[in-house]
Design a protein around this ligand. Structure first.
Ligand SMILES: [Zn+2]
Ligand SMILES: [Zn+2]
Length: 153
């Protein structure tokens, strides 16, 4: 059992982008907690803070105009084609991998706690995040995971 398992939920959340053209429904397994990444790709994509919660692919239904950007050979970042709202980050090197969904789209995610923060040595001075969540620097993260291409100033 992993330390995150206590945050696993099986329930329903509804979200939408800024203009409302994209609707995302989560109905099923997801993680009721937020992971933050301060890598430079995430900072550029969001313009600031990237945080997301995981949802199983089978639980996610998306409708509306979505553009997918292949930010690496093995991942995509999706946004609303109309208004540009960031929607999700997802690995694409296997079928049906989980979504990392942007919590700001979902009213039901507002109470999710912060679980983890990675690339802490890339964190901007204006973004201190409080609490006793787990943290990893870039080197600590990349020791156990694929390096994030494009994490260059
Ligand atoms: Zn939109
Ligand atoms: Zn990142």
């Amino acid at each position: 059992m992993s330390w995150v398992d206590v945050y696993r939920r099986d329930g329903r959340l509804e979200g939408r982008c800024l203009c409302g053209a994209v609707r995302i429904e989560v109905s099923g397994a997801h993680l009721a907690g937020i992971g933050v990444c301060h890598c430079l790709m995430c900072q550029r994509w969001t313009g600031g803070l990237y945080g997301a919660f995981e949802a199983e692919a089978a639980a996610v239904t998306v409708t509306g105009p979505v553009t997918r950007y292949a930010s690496t050979d093995w991942s995509e970042r999706a946004f609303c084609t109309t208004c540009g709202s960031s929607l999700w980050l997802r690995n694409t090197d296997k079928a049906d991998l989980p979504y990392e969904l942007m919590p700001g789209l979902f009213a039901g995610a507002a109470e999710f706690p912060l679980l983890s923060e990675i690339y802490t040595d890339r964190r901007p001075a204006y973004l201190p995040l409080a609490g006793d969540h787990r943290t990893k620097t870039r080197a600590e993260y990349e020791r156990d995971n694929r390096a994030i291409e494009g994490d260059d100033p």
